[in-house]
Ligand binder design. Structure first.
Ligand SMILES: Cc1cc2nc3c(=O)[nH]c(=O)nc-3n(C[C@H](O)[C@H](O)[C@H](O)COP(=O)(O)O)c2cc1C
Length: 175
């Protein structure tokens, strides 16, 4: 499969650690590219609607090449830290821009990874999970997995051998 990972974190921390563990498992049998929105120039969606009767977004930045890659993928992995009970702005920026190719985003396989400082019984994971579920229902996505982890310090998740193994196994088993 062609897998696109969208990394919602700008720091080399827990989200990237989680992504790398998944990629370790999935890398052998799949073609994987990680999109780092913080390294790109993607303007916020203006809601102008021109994309609905025009090929792609009107913005002359990294939007269209990024959305092209996502539209061409078989699977999308959304990975984000929790910022203020939600996904990060970096990830949301890219998701909002998917609007310009909405129907080409249909029927994908998807995975969700959320990492927050609070323990996993905090309502934030349910809120973010529900938002992802609504997107999945709207675009007929097949949710392969949805995982929430608690880690705060930059290297904390890496110290959790069970989580590392779980993510690697998830990667190995995607199809
Ligand atoms: C701006 C900001 C807002 C945050 N908001 C929350 C929050 O609402 N809930 C939470 O549990 N952790 C929150 N955190 C902590 C991060 O989710 C946590 O440190 C996470 O491990 C960061 O992931 P990273 O290492 O991949 O960047 C916040 C951190 C930042 C920088």
């Amino acid at each position: 499969m062609k897998i696109i990972v969208i990394n919602g974190s700008a720091r080399k921390g827990n989200t990237l650690t989680a992504i790398n563990a998944f990629v370790k498992g999935a890398g052998e049998k799949n073609e994987i590219e990680i999109i780092a929105p913080d390294k790109l120039n993607i303007s916020p969606c203006m809601g102008c609607g021109v994309c609905q009767c025009h090929k792609g977004c009107v913005a002359k930045d990294d939007t269209n090449p990024t959305i092209d890659k996502i539209a061409a993928a078989d699977m999308i992995l959304f990975a984000t830290p929790v910022y203020w009970w939600g996904m990060t702005g970096q990830l949301k920026l890219v998701i909002d821009k998917c609007y310009c190719r909405g129907m080409q985003m249909k029927g994908k396989k998807v995975g969700f990874i959320v990492v927050g400082g609070a323990s996993t019984d905090n309502i934030q994971y349910e809120l973010i999970g529900k938002q992802f579920e609504c997107m999945a229902e709207y675009l007929s996505w097949d949710i392969l997995f949805s995982k929430s982890y608690s880690a705060n310090g930059k290297d904390e998740l890496a110290e959790n051998a069970d989580v590392m193994e779980e993510l690697e196994t998830l990667g190995k088993n995607v199809k």
